[in-house]
Design a protein around this ligand. Structure first.
Ligand SMILES: O=C(O)CCC(=O)C(=O)O
Ligand SMILES: [Fe+2]
Length: 523
């Protein structure tokens, strides 16, 4: 990134109403390590994978690029500049408007999310009475502009983005199609159009589903996930019977570490590293409704858990081991079922190549709310300590769970599965949930596209990885194609997956691999 680009990003970012670190909501006994708050370039990186179209994300993703020291890919020289969310579109306009008018629209809701992620705040602003009025006024103003003959692409795009906020998806699509016709080089308009088409498809399935809803039907009871021992589950069996049929399974009798990964062991190896913890935010539109919170030393965090000193639980969530703590990563053996991950066949520095395996440490009670893993990736999780309750749904249930797409194609879901409300969300009765309680030694496979929610029933230590193989490569290509419209690293990854020389064959005779061999595969 050149200086001009960075300045441009910063200028746009400053239009957002709050910065993430503005005022942590957390008021428990657990204090941030002050000296860690101003790390240059973010000494630790979020491995989570949501690609969104906001300026704030662009800032984080450029930090991400800077913070992993990898050789510059040759095609990085040809990087095009993406602006993040364009200034004329609704979110940026809402943010600017709110900065000028916040005193008039201090709703209870916006107060409740003060200090939270800007995306969350924007959602709350858009849903407040004053925000709704602003949206409706803008729609009128933009419609007038079109009637007066200024049929510019950016007017159509702006109008479409405001209509989306009002839920007028068909009309929004009409305007975005015009915007794309008028300015075919503006990829952000294409991205928004894709998102709107996805929302429309979901609405259509929801309308059809409502015809089948019966009065008085309860939330379906959860089917249990199958358990298989690694001793009699071949890679081929796993591939055909679980991956290709999108069936979750728990694999037992897998040996992943020589020494047990207890809290104390993690502290011993990773104690001096720093981590940005996550906090649950009820209204959040971020991944699993978890948002960045304090940055602390891993040892400080683990001591707080061991001594049971956390008033408000915080989560060490999806913390990339290859990036943040290679010595811990190097202790791992990757089970054969996942050892052939295609992400490891990509060039050094490629998106997601070093993100996983990642570490999870959770105090009892914290929850990752319902979400779908990004870019069509498969997922596995190995639990070393504690208990986690997982609830899954098949991918086809997504519309019946009331997904909401804000700044990205990774939805949050309106339903609260801790107390399913079938009067408000009747389509829930059409879902087919599955459930399991993960125990130490279990390795869980979660198929691509399945919404899931995870509750930590006890203090837990786990690792996980998202991965790609032949079972989900086509889905991954489809998802990356959309993400590539607003994210250069997705585009670069897609180019590799689409290259005719890319080895897209599974090795069904693969064995468990120690981390170093798993990482450094020959293509
Ligand atoms: O264990 C958890 O809290 C959730 C893990 C998960 O679903 C994820 O990382 O995508
Ligand atoms: Fe997940």
């Amino acid at each position: 990134m050149d200086t001009e680009e960075i300045e441009h990003d910063i200028e746009l970012i400053s239009e957002w109403p709050v910065t993430q670190d503005a005022e942590p909501l957390f008021k428990g006994s657990f204090k941030a390590d002050k000296n860690l708050q101003d790390k240059p370039n973010g000494a630790e990186v979020d491995s989570k994978r949501s690609i969104d179209n906001s300026n704030e994300f662009m800032k984080r993703s450029s930090n991400y690029k800077r913070s992993i020291e990898v050789p510059i890919l040759d095609f990085q020289l040809k990087r095009r500049k993406y602006s993040g969310e364009k200034e004329n579109l609704a979110n940026t306009a809402l943010a600017k408007w709110w900065r000028r008018n916040q005193s008039q629209c201090g709703t209870e809701d916006t107060a409740a999310v003060k200090g939270c992620h800007p995306h969350t705040l924007i959602k709350m602003i858009a849903r407040s009475p004053a925000g709704k009025q602003f949206i409706s006024d803008e729609i009128q103003r933009l419609r007038k502009q079109l009637i007066q003959g200024s049929a510019l692409a950016d007017v159509h795009a702006a109008l479409g983005s405001f209509l989306e906020k009002q839920g007028d998806i068909i009309e929004a699509i009409y305007h975005l199609e015009n915007a794309v016709k008028g300015d075919p080089d503006e990829k952000e308009y294409k991205w928004l159009l894709q998102k709107l088409k996805r929302i429309l498809k979901i609405k259509t399935i929801q309308e059809e589903g409502l015809q089948r809803v019966q009065p008085g039907v309860e939330f379906p009871s959860n089917k249990q996930v199958e358990r298989r021992s690694a001793n009699d589950l071949t890679v081929e069996d796993f591939y055909h019977n679980y991956e290709c049929t999108s069936t979750p399974v728990i694999i037992t009798n897998v040996q992943m570490t020589r020494v047990p990964w207890t809290l104390n062991h993690v502290k011993e190896i990773a104690g001096n590293c720093t981590v940005t913890l996550k906090k649950p935010v009820k209204q959040s539109v971020e991944w699993a409704r978890l948002e960045n919170s304090l940055t602390v030393q891993v040892s400080t965090y683990i001591n707080q858990i061991i001594n049971n000193k956390m008033d408000d639980p915080l989560y060490l969530f999806d913390w990339s081991l290859p990036i943040n703590c290679p010595p811990l990563a190097e202790e791992l053996t990757i089970p054969k079922y996942f050892a052939g991950d295609f992400l490891q066949r990509t060039k050094e520095g490629s998106l997601y190549k070093d993100s996983w395996p990642s570490l999870f440490v959770a105090p009892e009670g914290i929850t990752s709310e319902l979400h779908v893993d990004a870019f069509g990736s498969n997922f596995w999780m190995a639990l070393f300590q504690g208990k986690k309750r997982w609830v899954f749904f098949p991918q086809s249930d997504v519309p019946y769970l009331y997904p909401e797409y804000e700044h990205s194609l990774d939805p949050v879901f309106a339903v609260d599965l801790s107390k399913p409300d079938l009067t408000r969300y009747p389509l829930l009765q059409l879902t087919t949930p599955m459930e399991c309680v993960l125990e130490p030694g279990d390795v869980l496979f979660v198929p691509a596209g399945c919404p899931h929610r995870v509750e930590n029933l006890e203090t837990s230590v786990a690792i996980s990885s998202n991965f790609v193989d032949q079972s989900n490569l086509n889905l991954v290509r489809q998802e990356l194609k959309i993400n590539a419209l607003i994210d250069i690293r997705s585009e670069e990854l897609l180019q590799q997956f689409n290259d005719e020389n890319f080895n897209d064959k599974m090795d069904l005779h693969i064995q468990d691999k120690v981390f170093c061999k798993y990482k450094y595969v020959k293509n």
